[in-house]
Write a protein that binds this ligand. Sequence first.
Ligand SMILES: [Fe+2]
Ligand SMILES: [Fe+2]
Length: 428
Amino acid sequence: MKILIVDDENISRTILLKKMELIGECTAVDDSLNALELYDKAVKNKEPFDLITLDVSMPKMDGRQLLQLIRKKEKALKIIKKDRVKIIMVSSRMNMSIIKECIKLGCDGYISKPVNKYQLLENLSRMGFALPTNIEKDDKKKHTQIVARIIKRFYKGKIKLPVLPRIVNEVQQLMESQDPSIEDLAEIVKKDILISSKLISIANSPLYRGVDKADSLNAALLRLGIEASQGLIATLVTKNLFKSDNKILNRLLEKLWMHSFACACIGKRFAEELGIQKSETVFLMGIVHDIGKMLLLKAIADMDPKESFENMEIQVAIHEIHTTFGAAVLKKMRFSNEFIRIAEFHHWNDFSKNDEQELLIIHLSDYLAKEIGFSFFDVEEIDDEAKSDSRKKLENLESLKQLNLDPDKAMEIADEIKAIIQDSAQAF
Ligand SMILES: [Fe+2]
Ligand SMILES: [Fe+2]
């Protein structure tokens, strides 16, 4: 396999070169014009590159321009899509609009600096490249192999995805019908006793509580409203996935569930505060934002029951790939693009005015959920610059700024929610 690495920064070029040398025959250059010359020559000699990594910002011609130019040339040469060179964009300051732009221009993947092996493995696997079997030998690096195996199995369809029970589809169909009514919804829901009783307790939980007690399914559905009910049914079904017979894993999944639940509750409150109609959708987004982590934990435990999740390296590995993995999972489960984007980008902190409010809210809520004591892995704190104080970090959150929220007000909301999370969680 022939690889071309294009990056004007010496250090990151060297890091990439070291990692890529395990995969194929590499050429590294520090500017785009040079790269273009090599590209042309390789095509002319009928020995084209299989993979190119492009730094987004470079002098003279930046990565985007070079990407565009290469795709143009391929088009002119009538090279069919599957034979085009795979291109991964690399950038230290990658924001959503740059990613969207690069995807539009025809890149196949993107990674952020400093480049880590997990992101790289995920990208290579998704592009259909065979993963190197000899990447790591010593025990400390065993985790790279585990991650590589999981990614490979996932793209081969060997990791079973959760099958959503029939009730979810039936409710979906009802919602898509002309004039869905609470009565029709009750007809569907009452067939499932567990979900019915849970919906009643949710309607009476601090999250939705009204003046009187809602003591029947119809009363509960009426209080919740038809849209919220749909989201809550999906939530109840999702909660079932956060369970395992393996005790250690089960404890971890519970912790992850509480983190997701806290994020959902905070997100819902912010959506209401900001007057967003779809506050119930935001709630469900919070529930599924870390679904990648849930499935990765299960997949690892399945493959290697003795694996210790206390191990820092495995936590880092899971954290590094859970976003792309989660996005791929939600895509397969046919969630809408809004959900997929949230799974994929909820750890970026480089947003612009054009980014969806829902994504900004989940980003902020994820942060605040950890602040009020519902964190998951410790590594999340570490890569968030644990040194600076939390108040300063909150002020600097791009999502908070873009939502025009006052940090004091945001913290106040989070604290308010904190008081009702435990009680509400019991209803689910
Ligand atoms: Fe996450
Ligand atoms: Fe999270």
